[in-house]
Design a protein around this ligand. Sequence first.
Ligand code: KG4
Ligand code: ZN
Length: 336
Amino acid sequence: MNVLGIETSCDETAASVVGPDGVLSDVVHTQEVHADYGGVVPELAGRAHADKIVATVQAALDRADIEKPDAIAATAGPGLIGAVLVGLCFSKSAAAGWGIPFIGVNHLEGHLLSATLEPDGPQFPFLSLVVSGGHTTLYLAKDVGEYSVLGETVDDAAGEAFDKVARMLNLGYPGGPAVDRLAVQGDPKCVALPRPQPKVRVPKTPAGRVGVRALDMSFSGLKTAVRTHVGLADRASDADVCASFQQAVVDVLTDRVLRASRDTGVNRVTMAGGVAANSQLRSAMECLDLEVHLPPRHRCTDNAAMIAHAGRLRLLRGQSHGLDLGARARWTPGTV
Ligand code: KG4
Ligand code: ZN
């Protein structure tokens, strides 16, 4: 079954075809319109998706050398609603026109299953760390659609912290890749920064928030510590600040992965999301005494191959959605 995947949840317009032998095409168009604003402007993202969606999908079909897919999978959330709607409406219309099945995919499920798209990907169960611009969550994946959250950030996402630190240092947007590049020249021990551990708190009511779990994370105190340091007269160089900040993020993330593995007895681990493209985080994960599966960098950042793949796995299990499926700004993977 050849599945056309479409991703428009943020600032990438992406289309891909995934078949029984893997990825047949993988087209990603990154919107440049946001660079001047220091962050993604939702209204502009929606318009830019509408401009590029037809050409991007056509390119994916051409490169896969097929005229018509067997099914369509599109990101239905979470994400910027105006952006998600462009890909979702396009996909539903195309599925109706072609008379083929349609499935809406959770963007985070796409990330968390990314490593299983590789030929030597992990078997279930595995731990999956999804670290992106909007989310930082450690999942236990038991099967397709069966995920439990072991820990997540209680404030900023790791990618958001990278972007904010980059903004403090005027490194441009997106900040993660710029911090990554500069950190190579710096000393990670130069600036003493915290490795925050949120205080465990049981929920007040059973139906309320989950409280704070032992494997939860926090990045806003770290970001504030960087800001305080950068304001000092005798502050370290930008490279040293980047290296020290990055080391702190890597230490927190690898600590939670190791503890999650110890707590669950699951030693297969993967990660995805934009921050999973970070060089130092990748080396640190590879050094852990665990079975580590890292998707290639271009499958860590937003792409449509992961959407086609996650949709295909569900379609093969007999699942699909009606054309009345709506877009969702918030959506926990594994929930309906
Ligand atoms: O998954 P993604 O492409 O989009 C979202 O769904 O959010 O992640 C984007 C985030 C941004 O915050 C960006 O700064 C960060 O991933 N990022 C990185 C790197 N490449 C992208 N962070 C650290 N190091 C990188 N090399
Ligand atoms: Zn993403």
